[in-house]
Design a protein around this ligand. Structure first.
Ligand code: GLC
Length: 523
């Protein structure tokens, strides 16, 4: 019998566009973006050339962590337009051949979820409490938390409750905000409910999920103390029992077996696991289809560092013959224009890095506003909303600066994002120069550059394997199986380009030379 070659799934070289729904476009004038706003922006996204959307959480939520605290996973929050708005978005996106993926938050719920409310009311030892991680305290009268775990947002990962009889009672675990209690994944009801959620959205036409904290969920049963070295979500410390516990893989297998009932459905996990073998374990054929790899986000603008990040990411997925993913930014990290130095320098480097990313094999994630070259915004204390700000006793400013709404048109805030100037985060007046409208009128704009890059990527078989990767003298060179060469100058001086035709450059080229902080695609 001849070998059968499976056709590649739709996502294998896709460009995903991450929509932070609060900040994309507001259709009803309340200052917060919503799903009808996303629908209204679909033609813009078609012109940009994306294949799929990843929507940050839009399900019912008190918004303590802007939707990552889910009170009802099978309905859309009225703030975002309710379930009809989701149905309209799915239909309108599919008409345009754009797939829709949703954020799924299985590690925790909102403290307003009926399950948690029932757990509080039912008391210690009840079946209701068994859906979460309630424990008695330690020390005299249970005054101290059950172990020393700390929350990713700062402070202890445990909060003590008041029992129904009014007495101080048990503690519950929350790796994030106290309003995000961790679920007990040892309890079969938890997966049963997740399965309902998966099928609910897949049956409505959703094409897949981004799985939040996909290396969380499972916890060691005895909840041993952690060694408090550095509080971060990246599980690169064997001594951190909060993440990457082996039980997590059964959960992914169970999720996968549901997705497999829906041909084409994809799951991409947020897997902050540093070790290549441990990371690859999430991409075994019966687990996640894709895992976010954050090495490129963490790399400085340095040819060797970037090369190492790429090599490492490729080596990790190669262990399971899985598809690599790439991203330069998202709603949790400082925008790359700012990371790479800010101003004209940061923007030039961000565009150069976009050409590197879009030349890489596999799947790419572009975060809304990246295509406009938006920088991070320095917001005044009084408008900060990220729970990180208060939880860290106002020492960490949190992630609001990368979540400021998109500027669409006009000369003053809210720049067509909304009809009210009172947007959920204030928009900087100098974004007048960065609006979609302005950039469409300027053929040299960042937006036109992204459109050209995405079009060329598609036309030229982008996302195909690398045949060469080197870093020398501050210059990074990639060659792809489809015949593209990408050269990045991360050094200090202009460099000669190899002979060939320049398809696209991130900046104007002077006499065949590539300036510092620039990249070019060549054939
Ligand atoms: C993920 C999300 C982040 C959220 C956290 C808790 O890291 O990307 O925004 O705060 O999970 O759900």
């Amino acid at each position: 019998m001849g070998a059968m070659t499976e056709p590649s799934p739709w996502w294998s070289r896709a460009v995903f566009y991450q929509v932070y729904p609060r900040s994309f476009r507001d259709s009803d004038g309340d200052g917060v973006g919503d799903l009808d706003g996303v629908t209204a922006g679909l033609d813009y996204l078609v012109e940009l050339g994306v294949d799929a959307l990843w929507l940050n959480p839009v399900t019912v939520s008190p918004m303590a962590d802007h939707g990552y605290d889910v009170a009802d996973p099978r309905d859309i929050d009225p703030l975002f337009g309710g379930i009809e708005a989701m149905d309209r978005l799915i239909a309108a996106a599919h008409e345009r051949d754009i797939r829709i993926t949703m954020d799924l938050v299985p590690n925790h719920t909102s403290s307003q979820h009926p399950w948690f409310q029932a757990a509080l009311a039912a008391g210690p030892g009840s079946a209701q409490r068994e859906r979460y991680l309630f424990r008695d305290g330690t020390g005299p009268d249970g005054l101290l938390p059950p172990n020393n775990w700390i929350s990713i947002f700062g402070g202890p990962a445990w909060t003590r409750i008041v029992e129904p009889d009014g007495r101080p009672g048990q503690w519950y675990l929350h790796l994030f905000d106290p309003e995000q209690p961790d679920l007990n994944w040892e309890n079969p009801e938890v997966f049963e409910d997740l399965e309902k959620t998966l099928r609910f959205w897949l049956d409505r036409g959703v094409d897949g999920f981004r799985i939040d904290v996909a290396h969380g969920m499972s916890k060691p049963p005895d909840l041993p103390d952690m060694q408090i070295a550095e509080n971060r979500m990246l599980a690169d410390m064997d001594s951190d029992p909060r993440f990457n516990h082996e039980g997590v893989h059964d959960i992914h297998r169970n999720i996968r077996s549901v997705l497999d009932d829906y041909p084409g459905a994809v799951a991409v996990g947020e897997v902050w696991v540093y070790d290549n073998a441990a990371f690859a374990a999430y991409l075994r054929p019966d687990e996640l289809h894709l895992g976010f790899n954050f090495r490129l986000v963490r790399a400085e603008f340095d040819a060797e560092e970037i090369r190492d990040a790429i090599e490492n990411s490729l080596a990790a997925v190669a262990l399971e013959n899985a598809t690599p993913t790439w991203t330069l930014s998202n709603h949790d990290v400082e925008r790359e224009v700012t990371r790479y130095g800010g101003g004209a320098l940061g923007l030039a480097r961000a565009k150069a890095m976009a050409l590197v990313m879009l030349a890489l094999p596999g799947v790419v994630f572009v975060y809304n506003g990246e295509e406009l070259g938006l920088p991070n915004v320095d917001l005044p204390d009084e408008v900060l909303q990220d729970p990180v700000w208060e939880r860290s006793d106002r020492t960490e400013r949190g992630r609001d600066g990368c979540r400021v709404p998109m500027p669409w048109r006009g000369d003053a805030p809210p720049f067509g994002f909304s009809t009210t100037a009172d947007t959920w985060l204030p928009m900087p007046p100098d974004w007048a120069a960065l609006t979609v409208e302005r950039q469409l009128a300027d053929p040299e704009s960042t937006l036109h550059f992204f459109r050209r890059a995405l079009r060329l990527r598609r036309q030229r078989g982008g996302g195909s394997a690398l045949t060469g990767l080197s870093a020398e003298g501050g210059v990074l060179t990639l060659r792809t199986a489809s015949g593209l060469t990408c050269v990045l100058n991360a050094g200090e001086r202009p460099v000669e380009l190899p002979t060939g035709e320049v398809l696209l450059a991130s900046t104007a080229l002077a006499g065949g030379q590539l300036p510092p902080g620039a990249a070019a695609w060549m054939v």
